[in-house]
Design a binder for this molecule. Structure first.
Ligand SMILES: N[C@@H](CCC[C@H](N)C(=O)O)C(=O)O
Length: 292
């Protein structure tokens, strides 16, 4: 037990991220350490992005992603942007290839400081989401919440963007829905054997959508990059928008492009907050005073 892992507290449009440097080590940040870090105000987070030594040739690092309930996630768009910014500040490089539980991701930092991540190709087959039962058409599955004859939310599109997502299309302001009430019920609905990230989406025009997201293993967030990507591709499948869209999340705007080759590119900013050191086993931590 030692408080010896360097970390940076960052955020991507308010999605609270801890980027932890686990390179050169065999151990992992434990779920208990994650829960302990999240319990404290300054280190409260949505995801920990733990940078480990690469596992596969051609990659720069293996990134383990932990939600704040200690569960592991396959993908995290905002967190990946934060990892790029942190490694770019350290190395001066602007292009990186990472491996996560969900696969290989390429990412690069532009001259304006914005970071783009190739989130890979979405998957739409029911067993790829995954769903508990077979649905032929995943642009709108049978699932609703609220009174049976007047559901509040119904017929979500589903997609796997590395991680499972359900997107409910709404006509009213996204802030008029009790996502804090419906989110946990939908995240843990038996139709989603691996749980799911739940978004509500209001289409504004053919290149703009507003969303709010209840994240699996986290709760309400200011921003969820993979949810923005899932929303964009589901909107294209339903012919609601073009392939280039601005997705407004509570924390700001993300720009999503679903390329003709099937890859989804997410672009957005990152912000550095402070540096510290943490104990990977217990979650004890201390702040590092940085040079001015
Ligand atoms: N904040 C993320 C998504 C993180 C993972 C998610 N909670 C899950 O368990 O799938 C993002 O920016 O994509």
């Amino acid at each position: 037990m030692a408080v010896d892992v360097n970390f940076a507290k960052m955020n991507g449009l308010g999605n609270k991220i801890i980027v932890a440097d686990m390179r050169g080590r065999e151990d992992k940040i434990t779920p208990q350490a994650a829960v302990e870090l999240n319990a404290q105000t300054d280190t409260g987070f949505d995801q920990i992005m733990a940078i480990h030594d690469p596992k596969s040739d051609g990659t720069d690092a293996y990134v383990m992603i932990l939600n704040n309930d200690g569960s592991e996630a396959e993908a995290c768009g905002n967190g990946t942007r934060c990892v790029v910014s942190a490694l770019s500040a350290e190395t001066g490089r602007t292009q990186f290839t990472f491996e996560t539980l969900g696969g290989i991701l390429n990412a690069d930092e532009g001259e304006n400081g914005m970071v783009s991540v190739d989130m890979g190709m979405p998957r739409f087959r029911w067993d790829q989401i995954p769903l508990e039962e077979e649905f032929g058409d995943t642009t709108g599955i049978e699932l609703q919440i609220g009174p049976i004859d007047a559901p509040v939310l119904h017929t979500p599109s589903v997609a796997n963007m590395g991680n499972p997502h359900a997107v409910f299309w709404v006509k009213n302001d996204v802030w008029s829905y009790d996502l804090d009430k419906f989110g946990p019920l939908l995240e843990n609905h038996p139709i989603f054997p691996q749980r799911a990230n739940i978004s509500i989406a209001q289409v504004q025009s053919n290149d703009h959508i507003i969303i709010r997201t209840w994240e699996r293993g986290v709760g309400l967030t200011q921003a969820c990059g993979s949810a923005a990507c899932a929303t964009a591709v589901c909107a294209v499948r339903k012919k609601l928008t073009d392939r280039n869209v601005k997705i407004t999340v509570p924390g700001g705007d993300l720009f999503i492009q679903w390329r003709e080759d099937g890859h989804v590119i997410m672009t957005g900013p990152t912000e550095w907050e402070f540096a510290g050191k943490l104990d990977a086993e217990t979650g004890k931590w201390l702040r590092v005073i940085e040079d001015a």
